[in-house]
Write a protein that binds this ligand. Structure first.
Ligand SMILES: Cc1cc2nc3c(=O)[nH]c(=O)nc-3n(C[C@H](O)[C@H](O)[C@H](O)COP(=O)(O)O)c2cc1C
Length: 354
C-alpha cells in the first residue's frame, strides 16, 4: 500500500493514522508517543478550563517537537433546572452510599461549564496547527479566527447530512464516526433520531459526495481494518479503543482489563453518565440509572453531576460506577505502550513511507 499523500501532507505526518482524542483517557504522553512515531496525536481538552487547556498543551509540547491536534467540544450550554439537578444529585449520592462510594454534595448553583469559546485564543497563542472538534461546529467568529491563523480544521460527522454541513462551513477534513465507535457520539443534528450509521455505510457515502479527506473512525484496530477503511475511500483512520489499555492511558486498571476482555456485544449506547449518547461497556451504574425512573439531564449538566461518583469509583479502581467508553472492537494488538501498538498497526498495514 502506498502512502496516502492527501492526508499525510495536510497533517504533516508520516502515516495516515490519527490517535483519537479521548477525554479522561488520553494523556500528553499518549499524544507525544503517537506524534513521535509519525502519526497524528490528538490532545482532548473538551470542556476543560482555559488554565488546564494551556497546561496540557504545554506539557505535550515538552514531550514532542512534532505537530499534534487539539480537540474541542463544540456544543452549546443549556440552562440548568436546579430542582431536577438536585433530584439527580440526591439519587447519585444515595447510589454511591449504598455501594461504599460516598462523596460530598456539590453546590448545583456553583457548577461551572466552560465553552470552547474560551479556548480559541489559547490555541492560536500556542500556535496549534490542527484543531479537531466534535458535538457541533464552532461558531463563525471562532472558525474565522482559527482559519485566519492558518489552523487546519477537522470536524466530526455521524451521518452524511452532518458531513455536508461541515463541508459547507469549509472544514478541511471530516472524521466519519461510525456507530461502532467508542465514547460520545459526535452527533450535532437534533432534528433527526440519533444517527446509527456504520463505518462501512458512512465512509463511502461521505467520500462519494465530498471532495475532502475523510478519516474513518470506529472499530479500527489492526492492519486489516485500516486497509479496509482506505479501500472504502478514507484518506486515513482515527483510532481510539485500541490505545485505552496502553501504559500512557489514564484508564484505571479494571477499565483497561475490561476493555481488553470485551466481546463484540459488551458495549452499548447510554446517556446515563453525561446526558449525551456515548458507547461504553455495560456496567452497574448504567443499569441502575436506567431502572431508576429518572431521566439523565442534558449534557454537560448530567456529566458534571456524575463526576464526583465517577471520581470516587476511580479512586477505588471500581469500574462499575465510572464510564468505560469503548468501541465494538476490543484492542487486537495487546502491546504495552502506544509506540509499540502504533508500530504494529503500521507494520500490519504495510504502509510504505515513500
Ligand atoms: C475513551 C474514549 C473517549 C473519547 N473521547 C473523545 C473526545 O474527547 N473527543 C472526540 O472527538 N472523540 C472522542 N472519542 C471518540 C473517538 O474520537 C473515536 O471516534 C472512537 O474512539 C473511534 O472508535 P474506536 O474506539 O472503536 O476506535 C472517545 C472515544 C473513547 C473510546
Amino acid at each position: 500500500m502506498t502512502r496516502n499523500h492527501l492526508i499525510t501532507e495536510k497533517l504533516q505526518i508520516r502515516y495516515p493514522i490519527v490517535q483519537a482524542p479521548m477525554l479522561g483517557v488520553t494523556t500528553p504522553e499518549m499524544v507525544a508517543a503517537i506524534a513521535n512515531e509519525g502519526g497524528l496525536g490528538s490532545l482532548p481538552v473538551g470542556g476543560l478550563s482555559p488554565e488546564k487547556t494551556t497546561e496540557l498543551i504545554r506539557k505535550t509540547k515538552q514531550l514532542t517537537s512534532y505537530p499534534f491536534a487539539v480537540n474541542l467540544f463544540a456544543h452549546t450550554i443549556p440552562d440548568i433546572t436546579i430542582a431536577e439537578a438536585q433530584q439527580m444529585q440526591e439519587y447519585l449520592s444515595e447510589l454511591g452510599r449504598k455501594n461504599g462510594l460516598e462523596f460530598p454534595a456539590q453546590s448545583i448553583e456553583k457548577l461551572v461549564f466552560y465553552s470552547y469559546k474560551s479556548q480559541i485564543d489559547i490555541l492560536i497563542a500556542e500556535q496549534i496547527p490542527i484543531v479537531s472538534f466534535t458535538f457541533g461546529i464552532p461558531d463563525d467568529e471562532s472558525l474565522l479566527k482559527l482559519k485566519a491563523n492558518g489552523i487546519l480544521l477537522i470536524g466530526t460527522a455521524t451521518c452524511l447530512e452532518e458531513a455536508l454541513i461541515l463541508d459547507k462551513k469549509n472544514i478541511d477534513i471530516i472524521t466519519a464516526q461510525g456507530i461502532e465507535a467508542g465514547g460520545h457520539r459526535g452527533t450535532f443534528l437534533d432534528t433527526i433520531p440519533l444517527p446509527q450509521v456504520s463505518v462501512m455505510a458512512l465512509v463511502p457515502q461521505i467520500v462519494g459526495r465530498i471532495n475532502k479527506p475523510v478519516l474513518a473512525s470506529g472499530a479500527i484496530n489492526d492492519g486489516n481494518t485500516i486497509r479496509a477503511a482506505l479501500a472504502m475511500g478514507a484518506s486515513g483512520v482515527q483510532i481510539g479503543t485500541a490505545f485505552i489499555a496502553s501504559s500512557e492511558s489514564m484508564a484505571i486498571p479494571t477499565y483497561k482489563q475490561a476493555v481488553l476482555n470485551a466481546k463484540d456485544t459488551d458495549s452499548t449506547l447510554t446517556r446515563t453518565f453525561s446526558g449525551r449518547w456515548a458507547r461504553g461497556l455495560q456496567n452497574q451504574f448504567m443499569s441502575a440509572l436506567d431502572h431508576s425512573g429518572l431521566t439523565p439531564l442534558p449534557y454537560p449538566i448530567q456529566n458534571s453531576l456524575t463526576t464526583p461518583l465517577r471520581q470516587v469509583a476511580q479512586q477505588h479502581n471500581n469500574n462499575n460506577f465510572t464510564n468505560m467508553w469503548s468501541g465494538q472492537s476490543a484492542p487486537k494488538i495487546q502491546l504495552p505502550d502506544c509506540a509499540a501498538i502504533f508500530r504494529e498497526l503500521v507494520r500490519q498495514t504495510e504502509i510504505k513511507n515513500t
